[in-house]
Design a protein around this ligand. Sequence first.
Ligand code: 5AD
Ligand code: SF4
Length: 440
Amino acid sequence: MRFFIKNYGCQMNSYDSQRITDILAHAGHEIANSSEAANIVVLNTCSIREKVDEKIFSDLGRIREMKKEYAKDFIIVVAGCMAQTRSSDILRRAPYVDVILGPHNIHQLAKIIDKIVNSKSSDVVMSTAANVGSKFPQSSDMLFERGVSEFITIQEGCNNFCSYCIVPYTRGREFSRSVLDIRTEIKNLVSLGVKEITLLGQNVNSYEGVGLDGKRCSFSRLLFELANISGLKRLCYMTSNPKDVNLDIAIAHKEIKILTPSLHLPVQSGSDSVLKRMNRRYTTDEYARRVEMLRAHRPDLALSSDFIVGFPGESDADFQQTLELVKNIGYAQAYSFKYSPRKGTAAAQMDNQIPENVKSERLRTLQNLLDNQQSRFNQNFIGQHVNVLFTKKGKHEKQLTGRSEYSQSVSVATGVAMGTIAKVKITEVASHSLIGVVVP
Ligand code: 5AD
Ligand code: SF4
């Protein structure tokens, strides 16, 4: 059969979608370029904000029309976080779905499809048991073709229960893969031509997998264990929880050459009282001191963050403190969101939910500030050299685009091959991206 995967949400979902691709391709199915050209459609879903849920239900309605045309031999799979937490809603609102698969169950998909095809049954197959760890590739597993920059999950799930967040309910408790498994997967990826690896986890700093010596290994130790993999040119990671950043991580940033000087360190809010109600377990002062420590070890560190505006009870004064924090810390880049209540989380029950128009206004103000800050960060690079890993075609003909070590998008006109790292002199800054020339 021919399959198409539509991915929603975060990088961990992209990794899972890649894993589903490996598994289905290995079972003899072919990749289709669009849902129209497929007869297995997988929606790998996300639950982090409500807007995405509604988009997924509307996409399902459209795919249902295609299923009607193809009749029997058309399989619709809903995988990922929404499948885990909203299976009964999916059964009710989209009873034509054939398979519901939680994020820990994706490795079962090829067998489930075989069963459906052979049995011709129209019952929904559901698999959402917490089966943590089973989905990751074994060393003998075939990996399908890859780009030059890939993600790999090292740790999944979360024990923190920030009061707004659905992740502890969708991806469950923390689980860490072993150092050996991670090293093996990275070596296999490098042998396929991968040059840059981003280590993924809801909380990479909580990593505590089994080390090569059989003992528990910390996240900073893991970074050192991966630093010497031959052929690996760049190592990145996300996401760090500010409460867990320690000196060993700062030292890793100083000593490990392939570790990029960019760090995603989501602060969420600049108000201590909001942080407390978010259950983030750090204060703005502790956050600032950790940033200072990191910068003392790696002065050129480019910081990025996530922000939530309009958390229940957020006052104007709280919001002003977020703007102040942004000005004081200085970010290279950031994502900001309106608070979205998620059923089952503590914050959804809190009093003083903020009206939509106030959230929108605050989001606009914050995004303006962050945009200006990003522009200024980028302007400082005019005339400077950065190292760019070229990963895709640019907007204009012959142009290639890639990312600098500071995670900026950089384009050049000529003089470089796709998939290589080249030194680039920055000549221009255009909104969120940089333009430059390759230098010898
Ligand atoms: N509403 C809005 N944003 C959220 N995030 C997580 N949960 C919610 C929510 N309920 C944001 C946080 C997190 C990012 C991945 O998504 O900023 O860091
Ligand atoms: Fe969600 Fe907080 Fe866990 Fe991140 S650390 S996944 S925001 S609960």
